[in-house]
Design a protein. Sequence first.
Length: 146
Amino acid sequence: MVGKALAERLGWDFHDADDFHSADNILKMSRGVPLDDDDRLPWMEALHALVYTCLAQNRTGVLACSALKETYRQALLADHPGVLLVYLKGDYALFLRRMASRLDHYMRPEMLKSQFDTLEEPVYGLTVDASLPVEEIVRQILGRHL
C-alpha cells in the first residue's frame, strides 16, 4: 500500500517484488513453506535487472520488496547509485494483522515468523514507523529524501 501510494504521489512506476517470484516459489509459499536463499537468488537477480533497466532507461519507480537480509539488499542495489532504501519498521503483531486482512495472496500469515527470523534490519537508508497511516509514511519519505 505504501509503495503504491508513494509511486502515485510522485507519478512514478510501481513494481511489487511479489510479481517477480517464479511459479515454483509461489507454489512453495502457498503451501506454507518458507523460501531459502537458493529460492530467492533468481528472484533477487530478476529484481536487480528490473532496477538496472529502469535506471538505464531513466525511468523512475518504486519497488516494494522484502529484501530481508543484507546480502539481498547488496545484490539488489549493487551498481545502482541513487537508489533509496526505505525500511518500514514494525513489530510482528502489526504485520500479522495486515497479512490476515489480505485476500487471495499466496503468502500465508503463518509464514510471517520465518520472515522475522530471517530479517536483518538495515543500518542505512530511511527507517519509517510502519504503524503510521499510509499518508503519513509517504509524507515522511517525501519530506526526508525526495
